[in-house]
Design a protein around this ligand. Structure first.
Ligand SMILES: [Zn+2]
Length: 549
């Protein structure tokens, strides 16, 4: 006995066998029963949701020998021939392979002749968006003045590519993508009728892999039955699909909740050792986060026979809804960018580190900090473009950073000594800002920062302080002493209110504003932040951006 593939064997042959499209079935059934017939129908939806299956049922409903009905008999010649796909008055065209205008014209020229045996000539045009412009024009003529005996049933995955003139002449039905729970339920009922033993987890895995397409689900089920030699078990289905063991995902999420980066990365390494697909892992992680989010708002939506149900419900109580949303978004964006990553390991671990680093703040905005485009110290390692407030604090507290800071301070001190020795030898070189920056923090430096260099020569130095800051001149003796110590015997005069106001203080505040603007710009232009903002609706709070000094 030859084996008939499940997708064909279990193809719905009546409206009441159609799964997951109740809204379309109800509208069509009512219209047929009340004889409210339209001359052109358009079924839209992703692949494998049942567009052409539904088209054939409508063809039977129109041509059943027992009359126009929402419950065609399935026994008469019209019904059985349509089921076999060889009814003389039903023309099935795949537009993907018939884009030629001539083929379309021939087809439509035939439309004017009365049906041979049926009540209506039914044209089923699949992937109709693939027709050429000329082919559409040819069809439009028939659509504008359709002979009473002609019915068009158009199907497409991409209705936006249809000319508006065609769209406006069709009664449109949008077929829904089927939920994994719906698909798994259908697989279960088929296997029960086929007397094939199956594990519930295995069916959920197949349903998930089919991504909303019942046709794909059934063909995967065929493979699984062959793979499992007559039964459908979780372990074999996982191996067949390359699906990852969910326990990995739960460990990842637990590490994120605990903010335990070490365990997180260890887990990623363990996954790499087992050569698990990181693309699949991100997909599964997003699915899991979706289920967690569902469990938070609609707990009953989590199927009772879903094997991971207890763990999902537990995580749903410990992850805030905002985090579940954010992690989901980061997972899907991470998956999209996986091909751009240096390698999958890097792409996957970066995605998890983002989850670890990002946290919605109290105002539900993303708190980020940015480094200026060019770090002030060239020798320093490149700062991360963004990081959370929490992780910056961790970095500050990290003991290993202390020795670096000490040696940097020592280095600066040595450089200062060398610079002052050089400057003493050559007198004041005119670089007022360098001198000011080299002063130790305190009133002397404060005054110096508010002084503008007006003029200088070998013997004299003329500075100016704004009228508003003249009270600082209390400390002018300290400044004069510092200058003489550095540059030798100098005549120093400090005027009030002269100059343009271009003091080191003014320069510093301008530089600060520029760094802030650059940091904000860097954050705004960061592709990841942009995606987050666009798809998640997150907004960057500018006051939360601080350049890393
Ligand atoms: Zn019939």
């Amino acid at each position: 006995m030859s084996y008939q593939v499940l997708a064909r064997k279990w193809r719905p042959r009546a409206f009441d066998q159609v799964i997951g499209q109740e809204h379309v079935v109800r509208a069509l059934s009512n219209a047929l029963d009340q004889q409210r017939l339209h001359h052109a129908y358009l079924f839209t939806g992703t692949r494998g949701v049942g567009k052409t299956t539904l088209a054939r049922i409508v063809a039977k409903a129109l041509n059943c020998e027992n009359g126009i009905t929402s419950t065609p008999c399935g026994q008469c010649i019209a019904c059985t021939e349509i089921d076999k796909g060889r009814f003389v008055d039903m023309l099935e065209v795949d537009a993907a392979s018939n884009t030629q205008v001539d083929a379309m014209r021939d087809l439509l020229e035939n439309a004017q002749y009365a049906p041979t045996v049926g009540r209506f000539k039914v044209y089923i045009i699949d992937e109709v968006h693939m027709l050429s412009r000329n082919a559409f024009n040819a069809m439009l003529k028939t659509l504008e003045e359709p002979p009473a005996h002609v019915k068009f049933i158009l199907a497409t995955t991409d209705p936006q590519k249809l000319p508006v003139t065609v769209l406006s002449r069709c009664l449109q039905f949008n077929l829904k993508q089927m939920s994994p729970t719906n698909v798994a339920g259908h697989l279960k009922s088929i296997l029960e009728q086929e007397s094939i033993p199956a594990e519930a987890t295995a069916l959920h895995l197949l349903a998930r892999a089919a991504e909303g397409s019942m046709r794909d689900a059934l063909s995967l089920l065929d493979q699984a039955i062959a793979y499992g030699i007559g039964s459908v078990r979780e372990q074999e289905v996982r191996a067949m699909l390359g699906a990852i063991d969910q326990s990995y995902l739960f460990t990842l999420l637990e590490s994120l909740i605990a903010r335990d980066g070490v365990t997180l990365i260890k887990q990623v390494e363990a996954m790499e050792e087992r050569s698990l697909s990181f693309d699949t892992a991100l997909q599964d992680l997003a699915t899991l986060l979706h289920q967690i989010a569902l469990a938070q708002s609609v707990p009953e939506a989590i199927a009772a026979d879903l094997p991971e149900r207890p763990q999902i419900l537990s995580l749903a109580q410990r992850i805030s809804p905002e985090f579940a949303q954010l992690y989901y978004q980061i997972a899907t964006l991470g998956r999209r960018d996986l091909s751009l990553a240096p390698d999958e390991f890097a792409g996957f671990s970066m995605t998890l580190l983002r989850m670890l680093a990002f946290a919605p703040s109290d105002q539900a905005t993303v708190v980020v900090m940015a480094a200026p485009p060019s770090p002030p110290i060239a020798a320093a390692p490149p700062s991360p473009a963004y990081t959370s407030a929490a992780s910056v604090q961790t970095t500050r507290a990290a003991p290993e950073s202390a020795p670096t800071l000490t040696s940097k301070a020592e280095l600066t001190e040595k450089l200062d000594t060398i610079r002052s020795v050089l400057q003493t030898a050559t007198g004041f070189n005119g670089d007022w800002r360098s001198f000011v920056d080299s002063l130790k923090a305190g009133m002397t430096r404060s005054l110096a920062q508010n002084c503008e260099l007006i003029s200088h020569d070998a013997q004299t130095l003329v500075l100016s302080v704004k009228d508003a800051q003249k009270h600082m001149l209390t400390y002018q003796d300290m400044l004069k002493t510092a200058l003489k110590e550095r540059f030798g015997n100098l005549q120093i005069r400090i005027e009030i209110g002269a100059g343009t106001g271009n003091t080191p203080a003014a320069q510093i505040s301008q530089e600060k504003a520029q760094r802030q603007a650059a940091a904000e710009e860097a954050i705004r232009n960061d592709p990841f932040i942009r995606d987050l903002a666009e798809t998640f609706g997150a907004s960057v709070n500018p006051s939360s951006i601080k350049p890393i000094q």
